[in-house]
Design a protein around this ligand. Structure first.
Ligand SMILES: [Zn+2]
Length: 332
């Protein structure tokens, strides 16, 4: 463990890195680096993680920059930052899953201490590392062959006061789209924010970026979103709003798979509005003959798309947000 102090108005902000280990025997031998910043004044615990998908580098880069920002700006409480969750995926830049059990950690929450590596890790993140966190933030951003719109996810449990604050945390990212997860879907294994909502605890889940590329727009979306959540919790001074554009609020999330192996040409981008029945891609066979059009099954907004021309029947081509698509008003 390394410890340092930065003096802010002669009152030290404490900084330490720790190597976390978890109780489950299937996680034995692995150590997760967390950066812990503690302000001179008591306050809430905010946990921030990235790298459940290691190619979603904009979220990871944002966490490194946030360590520096909180070391200068934290006014109260503690921020614990885990830049890379899926450590086994680093070596081969594994896409989507954890190579130890082949499972997608992102859809393994709340997990189980008795489960496989991904399930035990999900459980340990929620119930060991972030158990006392007022908010847990999980940053994502498009794997090696994907590009995502700037969106955040707000799990709803059907309790007005909980749901209002859960929504405010998601809205702090100033994303273009906020996808609400209805209470009936929370009982399925899901994202960290859904696992937290089942425990009546708050979480933020944000997506921006793609293709394993660092881009400053996506990094700043993640970084500034986390800072606005910290500001909402009173842990740092208020953050300026990026813009006044209001996000779409979606209540449905549709996944489209490719029907057959082939060569895909995409006609729409993340963030585009699409209409039910619209052709959003066309797929040829590998000899160049047209096989079929990919048709939007709903009117909605493209949340993400595959970016590779080569697709298989297993490839997830598009995520589309739909539902009422109300426009959110901050000050009605
Ligand atoms: Zn991801």
């Amino acid at each position: 463990m390394k410890e340092e102090q930065i003096h802010e108005h002669d009152r030290p902000i404490q900084y330490a890195t720790r190597q976390l280990t978890f109780r489950s025997p299937v996680l034995e031998g692995w150590k997760w680096t967390v950066h812990e910043i503690t302000a001179p004044n008591p306050g809430p615990l905010l946990c921030v993680m990235a790298g459940i998908h290691v190619n979603e580098v904009d979220g990871i880069e944002a966490t490194f920059q946030l360590v520096e920002r909180f070391r200068r700006e934290l006014r109260c409480g503690t921020v614990s930052i885990m830049p890379i969750v899926n450590l086994p995926a680093l070596k081969d830049r594994t896409q989507h899953v954890c190579p130890i059990d082949g499972k997608n950690i992102n859809f393994s929450f709340p997990g189980s201490s008795q489960g496989t590596f991904s399930e035990a890790l999900a459980d340990a993140l929620l119930n060991e590392w972030a158990a006392d966190a007022v908010v847990l933030i999980d940053l994502h951003g498009g794997d090696l062959c994907e590009r995502v719109a700037r969106f955040s996810v707000a799990p709803m449990i059907g309790d007005k006061s909980f749901d209002e604050f859960a929504f405010a945390v998601a809205a702090a990212f100033e994303s273009d789209i906020i996808v609400q997860i209805p209470p009936e879907l929370l009982m399925k294994p899901g994202r960290s924010c859904s696992g937290r909502a089942r425990q009546r605890k708050f979480a933020a889940f944000a997506e921006a970026g793609g293709n394993g590329l660092l881009d400053e727009n996506s990094v700043s979306f993640h970084r500034e979103g986390v800072l606005r959540v910290a500001s909402l919790l009173g842990m740092i001074e208020g953050q300026a709003r990026r813009n006044e554009k209001q996000p779409y609020i979606a209540t449905e999330y549709h996944w489209l798979k490719a029907e057959r192996d082939g060569w895909c040409r995409y006609a729409v981008e993340p963030g585009d509005l699409v209409e039910n029945g619209q052709s959003i891609a066309s797929v040829n066979d590998f000899n160049g003959s047209k096989m079929y059009d990919v048709i939007a099954p709903v009117t909605g907004i493209v949340l993400w798309r595959c970016t590779h021309a080569i697709v298989t029947s297993e490839t997830d081509l598009f995520g589309i947000a739909a539902g009422e698509l109300k426009s959110y008003v901050t000050n009605p």
